[in-house]
Unconditional design. Structure first.
Lengths: 211, 333
């Protein structure tokens, strides 16, 4: 089943991927100690993007996604509007994606930590920290913000887009962004094929009548 | 000790160094001290002196030959710079006589020599063919990038600052790049900029349609648009899955069986397994490889699955919570 989700991917990557991932971790560790030459950094970046394209990773993601979605269905109990269910599904998919990252990237840790924090808060019934202090929308503040060079403004926007990367410095932010983009691409591919499969499996006439 | 270890490699590379004027001046200076102030060196760190001579000796350099003859090095530029030495040696000596009365100065001298040797080392490691003034730029750059030699970096930073000031007054100076500053700050700045541009190049490959665009601002625009579009796609697909997924409970295993039958070729090891075990077999493989704790609760869930997979709500939610707790602990937060 999971193989059919990614039929076009080359299967030869499968055998090499666990080793390549282990190697990548070792390489990334050694590179931190040694002087980082440009070629090495590029190799790490390439390996990180290839990581999200290996068949093994896609299989794992697809199977975990299916399981998580099944649990979401169970838990939501066919409740309410489709939009809330959709949001739950998206959050679940993001969490599964972050779990597939195995904690090697900052955005994945942030996604999982946010969920954990929410769970703990539910248990402790503490006040939610979701409300951030809104920035004072004074003219002076706006002028100051707009005076920042264009590149810096865009880097800030990018930091907001990638989860957990608001206060990350520029080179690490770019690294996280590239890893995040590769992961998102894989997520889109998986969800597309899953939706296609499910839609093709049975006629969707019954679902349209749901409130 | 670091210096001794590097002596042999530096020695060979030192010979090929292009611009010898500064080094030669330093050596000349040291040799002057050797000749004229033998007592000085003996009072101060003889160890330093000995090491220096050890360096120079191991470098295979004939000290008197350096500032005397031009035949030692075949590089044409050297011969040109020889003239510099002779003209400036007078001032050189003057300054040195005045300043170098403390041990620390000798240390600095030595470290400057070290710096230049390292500079040469790095240069030779990187570009053996380019022996031009340009290469000194790279030397400085590579050197600053080299994290293993941090302490020497710090010392050489000071020395480079000092020497930059002294450029105007005919003191020992760092070889200036053509049209670029030799500040330690600017060199670090340049290294940082290179890191960023290299990552931008990688992002350019990742994001489709970024080849035509030059400049950081435009590329960042494209990257932001692409990330936003990917996130929107995920939202749209999740909505689509929400409409489709009421059938998830019932049909998934049917789908599994269908696919398993029609697609006997699987990439997992031990492929001869019933469908509900198929997912299971994937996990131990990964467990072995990664030791990821999270897989355990999911494994239990899968093994309990039957052709009619109806979990209790309680079981599902408790599984997820335990899953989350496992994640929490595994992340070491």
């Amino acid at each position: 089943m999971v193989d059919s989700l990614f039929p076009t991917i080359d299967t030869t990557d499968d055998v090499a991927s666990p080793e390549s991932r282990r190697k990548r971790r070792r390489i990334s560790e050694t590179s931190k100690e040694a002087a980082e030459s440009s070629s090495e950094a590029q190799r790490i970046n390439e390996e990180s993007s290839k990581r999200w394209r290996t068949n093994r990773v896609q299989q794992i993601y697809a199977s975990k996604l299916i399981e998580a979605l099944r649990r979401v269905r169970q838990r939501s109990n066919d409740a309410g509007k489709i939009t809330s269910v959709a949001r739950e599904i998206r959050d679940t998919a993001d969490r599964v994606l972050a779990a597939s990252a195995r904690g090697t990237s900052r955005w994945s840790r942030s996604i999982l930590a946010a969920r954990v924090r929410a769970c703990l808060k539910k248990h402790k019934k503490a006040k939610s920290k979701g409300t951030r202090k809104p920035r004072k929308d004074t003219a002076a503040e706006r002028r100051r913000v707009e005076k920042l060079p264009a590149v810096e403004r865009k880097l800030k926007i990018l930091g907001r887009l990638v989860p957990g990367c608001r206060k990350v410095d520029v080179p690490n932010l770019l690294d996280e962004a590239s890893d995040y983009i590769a992961a998102l691409e894989m997520q889109v591919r998986a969800m597309e094929s899953l939706a296609e499969l499910l839609a093709a499996a049975a006629p969707p006439s019954t679902t349209l009548t749901r409130p | 000790m670091m210096m001794n270890g590097e002596a042999t490699t530096e020695a060979d590379l030192f010979l090929n160094c292009t611009d010898m004027s500064v080094l030669e001046r330093q050596r000349a200076h040291l040799n002057n001290y050797n000749h004229h102030h033998p007592g000085f060196f003996s009072n101060s760190s003889t160890i330093n002196c000995g090491e220096m001579d050890g360096f120079l000796a191991s470098a295979g350099l004939d000290l008197p030959a350096i500032y005397g003859d031009t035949t030692v090095y075949s590089d044409a530029r050297l011969s040109a710079s020889q003239g510099n030495i002779t003209t400036e040696s007078g001032n050189f000596k003057k300054r040195k006589f005045g300043c170098v009365e403390t041990e620390t100065k000798v240390c600095n001298e030595k470290k400057k020599m070290m710096m230049y040797r390292e500079v040469v080392v790095d240069e030779e490691e990187e570009e053996k063919s380019k022996i031009t003034e340009q290469s000194t730029k790279n030397i400085m750059k590579m050197k600053m990038k080299n994290k293993a030699k941090k302490e020497q970096n710090s010392c050489s930073n000071d020395s480079s600052k000092v020497t930059k000031d002294s450029q105007k007054t005919d003191y020992i100076h760092v070889r200036a790049r053509r049209g670029q500053a030799t500040d330690s700050h600017s060199i670090a700045e340049r290294a940082r900029r290179e890191k960023i541009s290299e990552r931008m190049k990688f992002l350019q490959d990742l994001v489709p349609g970024c080849d035509k665009i030059t400049g950081k601002a435009g590329m960042l625009d494209e990257i932001i648009n692409y990330v936003q579009s990917l996130q929107r796609q995920v939202e749209f697909l999740s909505m689509k899955l929400a409409t489709v997924s009421p059938r998830l409970d019932f049909n998934i295993d049917d789908l599994f069986t269908k696919e398993a039958v029609s697609d006997p070729m699987m990439n997992l090891p031990n492929t001869v397994m019933p469908p509900h075990m198929m997912v299971n077999s994937g996990y131990p493989h990964d467990l072995v490889n990664s030791g990821y704790v999270d897989f355990n609760p999911m494994q239990q869930v899968v093994t309990s699955s039957d052709p009619l997979p109806c979990f209790n709500n309680g079981q599902a939610s408790s599984m997820w919570d335990s899953d989350v707790q496992n994640l929490y602990s595994s992340l070491g937060v």
